[in-house]
Design a protein around this ligand. Sequence first.
Ligand code: GDP
Length: 227
Amino acid sequence: MGSFLKIPAARPDGWIPGLPPRPRFPILRRMRIHSAEFITSAAGLPGCPAWATPEFAFIGRSNVGKSSMINLLANRHGLAKVSATPGKTRLLNFFLMNGSWSLVDLPGYGYAKADKGEKFDFNALAGDYLEQRENLRRVFVLIDSRHPPQRIDVDFVAWLGTTGALFSLVFTKADKQSAAKTKANIALFQETISPFLGVQPETLASSAKTRAGRDEILRVVSRSLGN
Ligand code: GDP
């Protein structure tokens, strides 16, 4: 009995000859970082680069893993060290990535000892930048995934929501506990901030150790750049 349709045998790679050529790239291309260059540190808004380059800012509590994540994104050990040198931690640090977009390392936030207990210590310059910078495309807020929601992160995210800036939440150090625990802490955080925000920000888990989250962050950047 003859068959009506002769379907050619699939090749070992699963491709069937005769069908349109397999696309050379997946639809959502991964962004490759081929250059990462420190540009300048700014001590005030007038010191920020006078360019229209799209900027993506990174901020979080100190020790959250920000430098490690920036180095991972850039594939360059020690790149973010520039910001860790004494006296430079209160500056805005600009890096040019692939010659086309800028990664901005913002001073971290924390609690400072004050007369009556602890005072929310948030760098005024970072605040001005987040409120006023026109070419700021998105903020990545880094939060330690090991803990249930911390007041300081919740306060910061609630404030950021009032600025109108677009932002994503990156839950760092996910290698330190089970995926279930990370997921639970992310869900708790979302639940805690939801009364303060109109739109729920996207969240992702990351680890500088396993490189988790790197592609996702770069994909968010890529999407924002319209690539
Ligand atoms: P920053 O102060 O926010 O810039 O934080 P760092 O990047 O300097 O990291 C603070 C500490 O956490 C360092 O000892 C890092 O080695 C460690 N660390 C950062 N990211 C990770 C991570 O994803 N996994 C683990 N296990 N440790 C991390």
